[in-house]
Ligand binder design. Structure first.
Ligand code: SAM
Length: 268
């Protein structure tokens, strides 16, 4: 699809994400692999100066991360240059947009245990060199420790009852101290008998018990029913287990500030 004169691309508040302003506004990312779509999504080509740049439409009905962005989440922490560990990559739909967002200087380590989806994911990664596809069970991070470096952010969308534990395990191995997490929670995957809000609250409590400090959460209506995305910061215990700890003063000050915000959230 040609953007032509009718479409104007504007930067979104989240770095690396854009809005295509035309007849209908659309969330878009800048295509790392111009000329190709990943899952049949629309592409918009616009002239920027003397060159053509291509963007891909990011549909919030097909991606929980896009739904959280459109739903007004304050921070996603996934930005150009980020190292991202993505748990529950499926065929690579949202992973491909994360690949656009982090760009050539970032990396997306994409973990998926279904071999069928894993095949598609590997196909996506062939064209996008910043994606490292890992077809393994995220419950066993030791199996892929040789492939993954320390990361800035973990995004999790495994839709499993033990998701909080899975994220905790992966954070212990791979998430920088002071790094961030973005977790999608599907209430009925965790407990189909309790109201969604109660499930979100209990998941947040579990995360708080594992050195995660949730800062905010957004529900994903109208794009997904009974789903929420929780975002926050990770603080590893001070007993030396935090191999990738960043102990700079600036980072410590930042972490303290975040912690206060999280505490305020707990008290609300
Ligand atoms: N995030 C994907 C997207 O937006 O395109 C959709 C993910 S789908 C809701 C959940 C995925 O997590 C499924 O593909 C499933 O196979 C995968 N999954 C579930 N448990 C897993 C585990 N323990 N390790 C790795 N992948 C897992």
């Amino acid at each position: 699809m040609k953007g032509g004169a009718k479409v104007v691309i504007e930067k979104h508040r989240h770095e690396g994400v854009f809005i295509a302003k035309g007849k209908d506004d659309a969330l878009v990312t800048r295509n790392m692999d111009p000329g190709n779509s990943v899952y049949g999504e629309k592409r918009i080509s616009v002239e920027e100066g003397d060159k053509k740049v291509e963007y891909r439409v990011w549909n919030p009905f097909r991606s929980k991360l896009a739904a959280a962005i459109v739903g007004g989440v304050e921070n996603i922490y996934i930005k150009p240059g980020s190292k991202l560990l993505y748990l529950g990559a499926a065929s690579g739909t949202t992973v491909s947009h994360c690949s656009d967002v982090v760009g050539p200087t970032g990396t997306v380590y994409a973990v998926e245990f279904s071999h069928r989806s894993g095949r598609d994911l590997i196909g996506v990664a062939k064209k996008r060199t910043n994606i490292i596809p890992i077809v393994e069970d995220a419950r066993y991070p030791l199996k892929y420790r040789m492939l993954v470096g320390m990361v800035d952010v973990i995004f999790a969308d495994v839709a499993q009852p033990d998701q909080a534990r899975i994220v905790g395990l992966n954070a212990q191995y791979f998430l920088k101290n002071g790094g961030h997490f973005v977790i999608s929670i599907k209430a009925n995957c965790i407990d189909s008998t309790s109201p969604a809000e109660a499930v979100f609250a209990s998941e947040i409590k579990k995360l708080q018990g594992m050195d995660f400090k949730p800062d905010e959460y957004v529900t994903l209506e109208p794009y997904e029913r009974d789903h929420a995305v929780v975002v926050g910061v990770y603080r590893a215990p001070k007993d030396g287990k935090d191999a990738g700890a960043d102990n700079s003063t600036a980072s410590a000050a930042k972490k303290d500030k975040k912690e206060k915000k999280a505490v305020a959230m707990e008290e609300d």
